[in-house]
Structures are given as structure tokens and as C-alpha cells.
Design a protein around this ligand. Structure first.
Ligand SMILES: Nc1ncnc2c1ncn2[C@@H]1O[C@H](COP(=O)(O)OP(=O)(O)OP(=O)(O)O)[C@@H](O)[C@H]1O
Ligand SMILES: [Mg+2]
Length: 392
């Protein structure tokens, strides 16, 4: 067995009060790549250990001045990796146990009949020591890596928290603008109706306007309630069987009254008895936004009373209701199809559009586990295809 390569020679300290044994051991290890110290007293050994430390210690157990086991303890204290071989006068179970107890690498018994045996033991001790040191080194570097990872994790968490905060702030802005957008439609309706009431001579009609105002206020209240409560229970609150035909008619009236859609033809083809479980106000929002967008697109393309049409078709499949809102307006360029539902995406003049209409529609449709797609060709028109599950 050859000695493992070591950058600096290991220090082997041999302690025995019998000069002959010291001579023999010195001869055995002289040719080894080790730094050798041979002393005859415990006191000398103690001094060397304290001054220089030692990697390997071979010591007689029964020295006249200091017990060999005390030197062992000292060696381990100054260098935890040190390995010690005890020379003892007699082999007994007790000797073996004591050596083990003191964490000696091994022990040899006098007289030293086979000196090569002790050399072999030293080689094994060196191997064990190198392994232990390599393990320590690996453990240290692992701990260092761990530390690095922990630091990186902490930094990532801090960054994430920062991002979430930024995102939240951005989200609050979007939410606020979305709420403003959602409230603005019924508000326009209310204003129109309120302005009409004083001029209305038919008191029955005026009362009808007032009832409609109450309805719109109800819608606004729902939006506000939704804002302040997020639980699933409250999500289900206000969910009723919504008659699509009825809500579409309401939305059409609202759009005609609040937006400047004069000169746009509306055409609705609905199967009868279309019902979804939802909040009426939200389904109305869907129609209001799609009808408004369609109207604006056809007026852009054709101008008023020039063939611009917004057509709504709806029907029922087994578990869902489909709704198509089609217009023959300006259309949407192919590369914009993916962004029209993004908040704040608008091609309208400043002050004309917020870019939130389709985002509101998207949020409502997906909330009811529905889907919405856009098909559009520039200069020809656009169709929004919706599917709403019958049961929410
Ligand atoms: N039917 C349509 N035809 C052509 N383009 C459309 C149509 N619907 C939406 N778009 C395009 O998508 C954009 C986003 O629509 P969205 O309803 O989200 O916002 P907006 O209409 O611009 O503003 P707001 O709805 O707040 O008035 C529009 O600016 C327009 O470019
Ligand atoms: Mg819009």
C-alpha cells in the first residue's frame, strides 16, 4: 500500500521510553515521506504536540512521566484529524477497549515482533485520515454551497415579494380602471333616463324610466359588492337564471342610449328560452361592450346609415350557450388578435376608449368558465364567438 499524495509531509511523532524500540521505529519510518519526531519522554512529546501539533502519534501507553492516553487526548485536542496508535505491554480485552474508548486508531503489543505490521497500521491510519479530511472538505464546500443557495433563495424571495408588490399595485390600477369602466355604462344609462324624466309627459313612461334607473343602480351596487368580497360564496351570490334574450334587449337599449350609435343597424337572431346561471348585470356588460365595439367598428368603416350592421346570433348546445357577435366593420389586423383582450389595449383616440371593454368581457366570460374567441379580417369585419356553460 503506498502513501497517498499529500501536499506537505505528515508529522509522525513516536514516543517510547525504551531507546531500542524508539530506534527500531525510527528505522521503520525513516524512508517514508513523513516528518519524523522521536522522543523518549511524555514531557517532550507534550511540548512537541503543543508547539507543532502532530498528524500521527505512536505512543507507549505506560510512559514514566505522562500516560500515553493523555498524549492521545492532547493530540486529538490540537488536531481532531490526528490518528494514534498505542503501544502496550500486554494484549488484553481491557487494553483494546481502552484504546477504542479513547478513539485510538489501533494498538500494537510489545515486544514488536513484526515491525512491518506497525508500518501497515500507520499507512491505514493515514488513509483513514485523508478520507476524513476529504469528507470534511466536501462537507465544508457543501455547506458553503448551501449557504450560497440559501442566500440566493432569500434574494429571489425578496425579489419575488417586490415583484408581487409591483404587480399588485399595477393590478389595483387595472382593477380601479376596470371598475370605472364597468360602472360608466349603467351610469350613462341612468343619466339618459334621468334627463328624459322631466320632459316625459306620460307618467307611466316616467315611472318605467325610474324603474330602469333602479335596475342600473342595482348593477352598480353589485359591482361594488363584488369588489369588497372575494369568497366563492359571494361569487355565487346574485347568480340567477338569466334570460339571454331579455339581457340582450336591455343591453341594446343601453348602448343606443349611451353611445353614439346612430346609423348602425342591429340584427338579433336568438333561439328562444336561452338561459344561463349568472349575474344578469355581468351578462349585460358582455353585450354592452361587444355591441359598442361593433358599432364603433362599423361606423369607422361605413359611416352612419351606410350598411354598417352589428348582428347577434345565439343558440344552445347540450351544455352551453353559444353567442356570436358579428359586425362588418373595420376588422382587426391578424397580429392584434392576441392582444385585444389585454387591459388598456386600444386603438381609439385618447379620451375615446380605455381599452378595458374586452378585458372586462374576457374576465366575466372566463369567470363563468366560458370561452371567447375573435375572428376578424381587416376591412371585412369581426366576429366574437362566445360559449357560456349553462350551469355555473
Ligand atoms: N368589433 C371590433 N372591430 C374592430 N376592432 C375591435 C372590435 N372590438 C375591439 N376592437 C379593437 O380592440 C381594441 C380594444 O377594445 P376594448 O373594447 O377592449 O377597448 P376600447 O373599445 O378601445 O375602449 P373602451 O371599451 O374602453 O371604450 C379596440 O380599441 C379596437 O382596436
Ligand atoms: Mg370597447
Amino acid at each position: 500500500m503506498s502513501l497517498p499524495d499529500t501536499p506537505t509531509a505528515k508529522h509522525l511523532l513516536i514516543v517510547d521510553d525504551e531507546p531500542v524500540i524508539l530506534q527500531i521505529l525510527k528505522a521503520v519510518f525513516e524512508d517514508e515521506p513523513l516528518r519524523l519526531s522521536c522522543v523518549g519522554t511524555g514531557a517532550d512529546a507534550q511540548r512537541i504536540i503543543e508547539d507543532q501539533g502532530c498528524d500521527l502519534l505512536i505512543t507507549d501507553k505506560n510512559l514514566p512521566d505522562i500516560n500515553g492516553l493523555e498524549l492521545l487526548r492532547l493530540a486529538k485536542e490540537t488536531n481532531p484529524f490526528s490518528e494514534v496508535i498505542i503501544i502496550t505491554g500486554y494484549a488484553s480485552l481491557e487494553t483494546a477497549l481502552t484504546a477504542m474508548e479513547y478513539d485510538a486508531f489501533d494498538y500494537v503489543v510489545k515486544p514488536l515482533n513484526n515491525v512491518f505490521d506497525i508500518r501497515k497500521k500507520v499507512h491505514q491510519a493515514i488513509e483513514k485520515q485523508n478520507l476524513a479530511m476529504e469528507n470534511r472538505r466536501l462537507l465544508d464546500s457543501l455547506q458553503e454551497r448551501n449557504q450560497d443557495l440559501e442566500t440566493a433563495l432569500k434574494e429571489t424571495k425578496a425579489l419575488q415579494a417586490e415583484l408581487i408588490q409591483t404587480e399588485k399595485l399595477a393590478g389595483i390600477g387595472t382593477l380601479a380602471a376596470g371598475v370605472a369602466h364597468e360602472i360608466s355604462s349603467p351610469l350613462f344609462g341612468i343619466m339618459g333616463l334621468a334627463e328624459a324624466i322631466p320632459d316625459e309627459e306620460d307618467s307611466g313612461q316616467a315611472a318605467e324610466y325610474a324603474r330602469e334607473i333602479v335596475g342600473y343602480c342595482q348593477g352598480i351596487r353589485e359591482i361594488v359588492v363584488e369588489l369588497t368580497s372575494y369568497s366563492r360564496a359571494s361569487e355565487l351570490e346574485g347568480v340567477v337564471a338569466v334570460d339571454i334574450g331579455q339581457v340582450l334587449a336591455d343591453a341594446l337599449r343601453l348602448v343606443k342610449r349611451s353611445a353614439n350609435v346612430d346609423g348602425v343597424a342591429f340584427d338579433t337572431t336568438l333561439e328562444s328560452g336561452l338561459v344561463v346561471q349568472a349575474r344578469p348585470n355581468e351578462i349585460q356588460q358582455i353585450f354592452v361592450n361587444l355591441l359598442k365595439n361593433g358599432s364603433e367598428a362599423v361606423l369607422d368603416e361605413h359611416g352612419p346609415n351606410n350598411g354598417g350592421t352589428v348582428r347577434v346570433q345565439a343558440g344552445r348546445e347540450i351544455d352551453h350557450i353559444w353567442i356570436n357577435v358579428h359586425d362588418n366593420g373595420v376588422g382587426i389586423p391578424e397580429d392584434r388578435h392576441g392582444v385585444v383582450f389585454d387591459p388598456f389595449y386600444t386603438t381609439k383616440a385618447p379620451g375615446k376608449g380605455t381599452g378595458l371593454g374586452l378585458n372586462v368581457v374576457y374576465r366575466i366570460v372566463t369567470k363563468y368558465r366560458g370561452t371567447i374567441h375573435v375572428e376578424s379580417t381587416e376591412g371585412q369585419g369581426t366576429t366574437f364567438q362566445l360559449r357560456l356553460p349553462v350551469d355555473y
